[in-house]
Design a protein around this ligand. Structure first.
Ligand code: P5A
Length: 435
């Protein structure tokens, strides 16, 4: 992508309304634009990252056999009357009437919708287990939307729903999602810690939240210090460590010495629930078991805050100059900067851009008239993993600079060497067609 053909409204100054770094950087990089408190437009650069995050989610959902679908954003209030939660959600739920005076809501979550689909079409245990998920906009009329997309009113959520015959099978489904969420967040370049959590208006008695540790996190977490050193654990191993959100933490029944418990702040990027037959019994979603009896489905639901995790990734990956994107979620892998206006710089940059595109890399080429200083600063702000800098002086010796954004490590080498380094970097995504 040529910057001169792109829409990237960068801000030079820190916007005053932004209290935390991810919000500041998202605004400064032209990723989002607020249209109303807690409601944002996603500009081209922001959307690219959102799409990267979504493809990682799809990959790991597919791995556990969960099936993608798309539920509507609007739901009839009737369904929520059936489940008995219409009032429980209170003012967070946006309600309105259509022209026929039918009460509708903008879905804050979709347990009722999915229970309704499954009760219509699944009648036998032979069609189980089933795990359906979607990535869809949700609306929660938060009393205090803040920190940009971190706590929005309209936000993108991955929400999945599992259906099983028995509590034992349902727990297996829960554990599968638990495990796959750890992989999902890791693939996005962040470490998410699972903690025992309260279930709130979703219900049930088994629940875990997934948190990314960050000073700016809104949640207070109580963790066994040893948990932080662990890698590749299964759910049953995690259960051995004490990890609780502030709602669940109880110093009087904490099983480990309190001086071993560290209190940290975290951003809740995922939340999973096992609630058995809460919705299926209320909504009459029954299946026949092997003995021919109709019994209510055993269910769980599983959420990831897709737009929130994007902000959390920035909280975890930035420095004083701007964002440092982890490779898998970076909007482009590489920034190409042409410094100076000589025809040599122009010719080499054009050639280089074309070759990088042909190799399948996602490149953002700053081909604008801005000064070298400005180009370098905005590329650092944008935080693409690599920068390829073509400047007049180096070019006279047939050289250019390859800079790794995260480490600021610079190599002054020939263009062929740069292409070779990039070509052998297997972590960089390659595309046949660049969207
Ligand atoms: C699980 C999926 C649920 O709604 N029903 C379907 C269950 N869980 S949850 O914890 O309430 O939400 C899931 C995740 O959505 C993110 N989230 C938000 N992100 C941005 N702004 C908000 N206002 C907001 N509210 C929830 C969180 O990451 C949460 O874990």
């Amino acid at each position: 992508m040529r910057l001169s053909h792109y829409f990237l409204p960068l801000l030079k100054e820190d916007p005053r309304e932004a209290e935390i770094i991810s919000h500041r950087l998202m605004l400064r990089c032209g990723m989002i634009c607020m249209i109303e408190r807690g409601i944002y437009s996603w500009l081209p650069l922001g959307l690219r990252v959102l799409q990267k995050i979504q493809s990682i989610i799809h990959k790991y959902q597919q791995e556990i056999g969960a099936l993608p679908m798309l539920a509507p954003t609007l739901q009839p209030a009737e369904l929520w009357k059936e489940s008995g939660r219409l009032d429980a959600y209170g003012k967070e739920m946006l309600r309105f009437k259509d022209r026929h005076q039918r009460e509708l809501i903008y879905g804050p979550t979709a347990e009722e919708v999915l229970t309704d689909i499954v009760r219509r079409h699944v009648k036998s245990y032979k069609n189980l287990p089933l795990n359906l998920y979607n990535i869809q906009w949700k609306m929660r009329d938060e009393i205090r939307p803040r920190f940009g997309v971190m706590r929005g009113r309209e936000f993108l959520m991955k929400d999945g729903y599992s259906f099983d015959l028995t509590p034992k099978d349902a727990r297996i489904s829960y554990e599968k999602v638990f495990q796959s969420y750890l992989k999902t967040f890791k693939a996005m370049g962040v470490q998410a810690i699972p903690l025992r959590a309260a279930t709130g208006p979703i219900g049930g008695d088994l629940s875990h939240e997934f948190h990314i540790l960050a000073q700016t996190g809104e949640s207070e977490l109580y963790l066994d210090q040893n948990l932080l050193d662990q890698e590749g654990l299964e759910m049953k191993d995690f259960e051995k460590f004490y990890a609780a959100t502030d709602e669940k933490h109880d110093p009087s029944s904490c099983p480990i010495p309190l001086d071993q418990v560290s209190c940290s702040r975290g951003i809740e990027v995922g939340h999973i629930f096992y609630f058995g037959s809460k919705y299926s019994a209320a909504m009459n979603a029954l299946v026949k078991n092997a003995g021919g009896q109709d019994i209510p489905l055993e269910m769980g639901s599983y959420g990831i805050g897709v737009s929130r995790v994007l902000a959390a990734i920035i909280e975890a990956h930035h420095d004083e100059k701007g964002i440092c994107w982890p490779v898998p979620v970076a909007p482009f892998s590489l920034g190409l900067l042409s410094l100076g206006r000589s025809s040599e710089v122009e010719k080499t940059s054009t050639n280089c851009y074309q070759r990088l595109i042909d190799m399948g890399f996602e490149v953002l080429w700053d081909d604008t008239e801005k000064s070298p200083g400005e180009k370098l600063a905005s590329m650092d702000l944008l935080g693409l993993p690599f920068q390829l800098i073509i400047g007049e002086r180096n070019l006279q010796q047939g050289l250019c600079e390859l800079k790794e954004r995260k480490t600021s490590n610079v190599q002054v080498i020939s263009l062929e060497e740069v292409l070779n380094i990039l070509d052998t970097n297997t972590a960089l995504p390659r595309f046949k067609e660049v969207f």
